[in-house]
Ligand binder design. Structure first.
Ligand SMILES: *Cc1c(COP(=O)(O)O)cnc(C)c1O
Length: 372
């Protein structure tokens, strides 16, 4: 039964671990190994704050363990967001925290719920702890709160929602998030994954941080991997009720945020000008790119509404998503084609520099016209 083979005396992985497919990261090179411009992993095209770069190359003492509690970084985040540092837990990327949330609150016989086209890590997080992943139907690729609530059963323990969502870019506002939370039993943990929250205009915030501050069953996760431009340092954080933070602190890696990561993170938080410049760059370029794509509507291209730093494009005309993916690769760009996530008709493209976005829009137009 096991693909690992029938060796009698070999260690046998748990059944639920065998069901896991490894996370597929965004590629950075083409089939022939030639380097490509990477617009496949939602990294920041402006790079990293100069202050954060300077902090991680300042003299540090790598022979010593880092602060196990990331105290200064939690204080910096707490000051920025108005959160008591005791209510903040750090992770090796928010990925660690998503996995720990499932592990702490779900197990064999329990259900972990999320929307169709949700972030692919949720499936892994659910299966890692032996829980059953349950998928609620989407509404035209977006989050359907009614469908989520209708999919809750007495076995549901954790609900994951990325808002904005990856890979769709879809977003639901404050009233919908409030309605979702109000419709869940208080013993269900609602994990609001805000990896892209800083890209949303402040006046459109979904209120997740307020819910985490006022509820006993909400965990909000955020990351330094996207707008802060520190994906390589692996820093994530979460906030919620003290009991939730305490539980995650018990099971996280003891020194889970490295020395350079803590130094870079503190400097990055201090440089909100870089964050704001990144948000405005993204808004400007995403708006321009979406307009260019909308002009290709007669060729079957449809950009889905996005509040994130990428756009998911649906292809329903002669030019297929796969052909566009290959064509853009020929053109020097790696984007994200997602057949493994049930989206063979879609391509996800990270917002890059103005020149890159113009170049890609032109290449898509040329390919779409040639396919007619
Ligand atoms: C990129 C991303 C993350 C961040 O992962 P890290 O482990 O913090 O790098 C989390 N959630 C979603 C939905 C993402 O797209």
């Amino acid at each position: 039964m096991s693909p690992v083979g029938e060796v009698a005396d070999a260690p046998r992985p748990k059944e639920w671990i065998l069901g896991i497919h490894a996370y597929v990261p965004g590629k950075s090179a083409g089939k022939d190994g030639r380097p490509l411009i990477k617009l496949s992993a939602n990294e920041n095209p402006l790079g990293t704050s100069a202050q954060a770069l300077a902090a991680r190359t300042a003299p540090l003492a790598p022979s010593l363990y880092p602060d196990p509690d990331s105290k200064d970084l939690r204080k910096a985040l707490g000051d920025l967001h108005g959160i008591a540092p005791e209510r903040i837990v750090m992770g090796t990327g928010s990925d660690e925290l998503l996995n720990l949330a499932a592990q702490a609150y779900a197990g064999v016989g329990d259900e972990v719920l999320y929307v169709r086209f949700g972030f692919s890590v949720y499936d892994i997080a659910a299966r890692r702890c032996g829980a059953t992943p349950v998928i609620a139907p989407d509404r035209d690729y977006g989050t359907d709160v009614d469908a989520l609530l209708a999919s809750v059963t007495e076995r549901t323990r954790v609900v994951f929602l990325a808002n904005p969502n990856n890979p769709t870019g879809s977003y639901i506002g404050r009233s919908e998030i409030t309605r979702l939370h109000a419709g869940l039993r208080p013993d269900i943990l609602l994990v609001l994954d805000q990896a892209y929250a800083e890209y949303v205009a402040p006046e459109d915030a979904d209120g997740a941080l307020e819910l985490a501050a006022s509820s006993a069953n909400v965990l909000v996760t955020r990351t330094f991997s996207k707008i802060y431009g520190l994906a390589g340092e692996r820093i994530g954080w979460g906030t919620g009720a003290p009991a939730i933070v305490d539980m995650l602190n018990r099971i996280r890696g003891p020194f889970n945020v490295s020395l350079t990561a803590q130094a870079a993170g503190i400097a990055a938080v201090a440089d909100q000008d870089f964050v704001e410049a990144s948000r405005l760059h993204n808004l400007r370029e995403r708006t321009r790119f979406v307009a260019a794509l909308e002009a290709l509507g007669n060729h079957g291209l449809r950009p889905l509404p996005s509040e994130a730093n990428f756009v998911l494009i649906e292809f329903s005309g002669k030019l297929t998503a796969e052909a566009a993916y290959d064509g853009l690769m020929e053109h020097g760009y790696i984007t994200r084609w997602l057949p493994g996530q049930g989206l063979p008709q879609c391509l996800r493209i990270t917002i890059g520099t103005p020149e890159q976005m113009d170049d890609i829009a032109t290449a898509l137009r040329t390919m779409a016209e040639a396919a007619q």
